[in-house]
Design a binder for this molecule. Sequence first.
Ligand code: FAD
Length: 317
Amino acid sequence: MNSQEAQPEWDAIVVGGSAAGLSAALMLGRARRRVLVIDAGSPRNRFAEHMHGALGNEGTSPAELVQRGRAEAAEYGVEVASGTVLEVAERPRGIRVKLEDGSTYEARSLIVATGITDVLPEIPGLAERWGVSVLHCPYCHGWEVADRRLGVLATAPASLHQAQMVRQWSENVTLFSAGLGTLDPETTARLRSRGIEIVGSEVTEIFGEGTDISGVRTAEGDVELDAIFTAGTPRPHDGFLAGLDLERDELPFGMGSFLKVDPTGKTSHPRVWAIGNVVNPMANVPMVIGAGAFTGGAANGFLVEEDFDLAVEADRD
Ligand SMILES: Cc1cc2nc3c(=O)[nH]c(=O)nc-3n(C[C@H](O)[C@H](O)[C@H](O)COP(=O)(O)OP(=O)(O)OC[C@H]3O[C@@H](n4cnc5c(N)ncnc54)[C@H](O)[C@@H]3O)c2cc1C
């Protein structure tokens, strides 16, 4: 492609239109870029009624945040299409995305903000209570269950830290430790020093009325609880990028393989950035909004440079 040929239709395509993606789109829209957001409409926190720990958005529902974000970005000309991106391919000076319905779009830059799936422990009664009485993060939902009878269902070594952390919200904490194997005496003493109960046998069921929880069943008997914390295994939504063969990194705490990005969110491809949970599964809503704002600016910076490169080339032609 030389400088005389047509540019792709969009300056930027943002795949994933939740907190991270809309924040990047807002920055790019305000930078007068032609931006298309493509969103499958399933943000990770859709199971929770309210968001917390999110300054300026305390108690807002996840759906309302997306709705407001879309309206704010639309003020600057950002367009949103519903759909699922299935694959991406490199084009001369751009990227092409293909959706599930067969439609294709081309852009000069691509921002991936597609989040993760929390792969949950397969225990009857767990999945249907996720985000309501089975909780993932005490910073998001600990205040609402403070001083209640809280459980921590261990799924990985990091669950030990989660149990210690949950103790900050209640004196009544039980760790269900089967997922950790046998605890050594030092760890057991440390947990018990602040009154954490330890139940070593497997949790076989979570029960209660509707989405509330009243307890869990184990071989040692039932334990009454008001809420239980656990961690799913994060699975990033990045399979559609396989065609670009991007570099990956192994994240700590056994979280698995994620796209490798620099501090601006740039991947190993010069036109592709990735932000939010898809690269940082620990990030909450304010963190991914910040990441989106930063990366929106970084992607615009790349486009600014390219605009000048093209102008210089055109002058030479
Ligand atoms: C139950 C629960 C409650 C939570 N509560 C809080 C809270 O109170 N406060 C807080 O700060 N954080 C909370 N979080 C964390 C919060 O969900 C994340 O920080 C946030 O959703 C990350 O935003 P994101 O934009 O990176 O990803 P997401 O919000 O997950 O958005 C990704 C978007 O990309 C779309 N998508 C995925 N694949 C494709 C594709 N191929 N093509 C097109 N679109 C695609 C998805 O449908 C989705 O709309 C909670 C998490 C959970 C699990």
